[in-house]
Design a protein around this ligand. Structure first.
Ligand SMILES: C[S@@+](CC[C@H](N)C(=O)[O-])C[C@H]1O[C@@H](n2cnc3c(N)ncnc32)[C@H](O)[C@@H]1O
Length: 395
């Protein structure tokens, strides 16, 4: 594969961060050398590569909201001005198209337009699955993006107006996604899992596998698995409103042939399709001991994925009941990976205790994001990845 020019790598990274709707102040500009930023032809390339308003819509993902775009353009212009002043220019020269674009955005945005953080607004968020194939020279390591991407309709507020947490993709899902992409390209680097974990292999191959996702939310991981070549994916969530948006995301990404969506409330007993008005009551013991309906809609998974599902101690018992059911009744050899953002160590402790109570084993590692980045997310709160097994199998 030909090595991309360093400028191309910078532009791709900026574009990926922009399409992923990173908070404008979090977009990393540190790799942009001032000389490049002050170069007007580079500024123009930056404008066309990121915003390209003339590009035909079928060639590129849906753009972020105008208000968000305006904030990103403003940040870039401010950065150019700052660098120019540092270099002693009294009046920085900025690419005219970039300036005009900013002026048009400001004039176009209606005052009442919702921002992507408003509680009611939804927006398209595009995640680019850059292949983490690295080329290392003596001074730089570069990523070769393979261009594949997935676009999700999300609501970026923390908890949706209807009171559930499944309307945005959380950091733990992106971290687990990074692990899957790394595994796919066989590039899990030594920093990702320190030598202490050598006995536990977290590498997880998705092609041709049957995947079950629990608490899927937007469906990021399930759709990613389809793009990575899974044979069949069952994306489940306990909330029918989440399932309904998840279904739209599956259709939007044209993976309906591989990914099916079902409502699975942990411990409830079965997977229900089109479950908008189904009132599922969790009854772990009755259902898990072989109650009627348990098998309906369920698959025998090779891989089970769950991200950010350990945030509340009240949901942990039913989650662990479900994991125990899968590992004892469906496939004792299933590879079960749970990614957890450690906001409160006590919640993780409660999860581990519950696993112990159910005689399940686990290995866990602190996730260190892949560098150069494949996906972009906040790692202020540590993310742990746990691999859960059944002692009867003892892997
Ligand atoms: C914090 S979100 C994580 C979503 C997604 N996995 C991610 O990381 O982006 C937690 C998800 O778990 C689902 N959930 C919570 N309790 C559940 C339960 N008892 N059974 C099934 N799903 C549940 C919620 O509806 C929500 O979509």
């Amino acid at each position: 594969m030909p090595k991309p020019h360093p400028e191309e790598t910078i532009l791709d990274s900026l574009r990926r961060q922009y399409l992923q709707l990173l908070t404008p102040t979090d977009i990393s500009l540190t790799h942009l050398p001032p000389s490049l930023l002050l170069d007007q032809s580079f500024q123009h390339t930056l404008y066309t590569h990121l915003f390209n308003p003339n590009r035909k819509s079928h060639q590129c993902p849906p753009p972020p909201p105008l208000r968000y775009t305006a904030r990103v353009v403003k940040r870039l212009i401010t950065k150019i001005e700052e660098e120019a002043w540092k270099e002693g220019y009294a009046c920085p020269e900025i690419d005219e198209d970039l300036i005009d674009f900013y002026a048009t955005l400001i004039a176009t945005i209606p005052a009442e337009a919702a921002s992507p953080t408003d509680s009611t607004s939804t927006t398209h968020v595009t995640y680019t699955i850059a292949a983490p194939t690295t080329t290392t020279t003596t001074t730089t390591t570069t990523t070769h993006p393979n261009g594949e991407s997935l676009t999700l309709i999300e609501s970026r507020n923390i908890i949706s107006s209807s009171g559930h947490t499944g309307s945005r993709t959380w950091e733990a899902a992106l971290a687990l996604g990074e692990l899957l992409i790394s595994s796919h390209h066989n590039t899990t680097h030594p920093l990702t899992f320190p030598p202490t974990s050598a006995s536990t292999n977290f590498t997880t191959h998705i092609p041709q596998k049957h995947i079950l996702e629990l608490g899927a939310g937007t469906g990021f991981l399930s759709i990613l698995c389809a793009k990575l070549g899974a044979h069949k994916v069952l994306a489940t969530d306990g909330d029918w409103r989440v399932c309904s948006s998840l279904q739209k995301n599956v259709a939007e990404n044209k993976v309906s042939g591989v990914v099916s969506v079902g409502r699975l409330l942990w411990g409830s007993g079965n997977v229900v399709e089109n479950a908008e008005d189904t009132d599922l009551e969790p009854d772990p013991r009755a259902e898990h001991s072989g109650g009627k309906g348990r098998e309906e809609g369920y698959i025998t998974p090779d891989v089970v994925l769950a991200a950010d599902v350990t945030y509340d101690t009240s949901i942990i018992p039913s989650l662990v009941t479900e994991l125990k059911y899968i590992l004892t009744q469906k496939n004792p050899h299933a590879q079960v990976l749970v990614a957890a953002t450690v906001r409160n160590p006590k919640t993780i402790e409660a999860f581990l205790k519950e696993l112990e109570r159910h005689s399940l084993l686990w290995a866990s590692e602190l996730w260190v994001p892949h560098e150069p980045r494949i996906l972009y997310y906040d790692t202020t709160a540590p993310i742990q990845i746990l691999k859960i097994t059944c002692p009867m199998v003892g892997r």
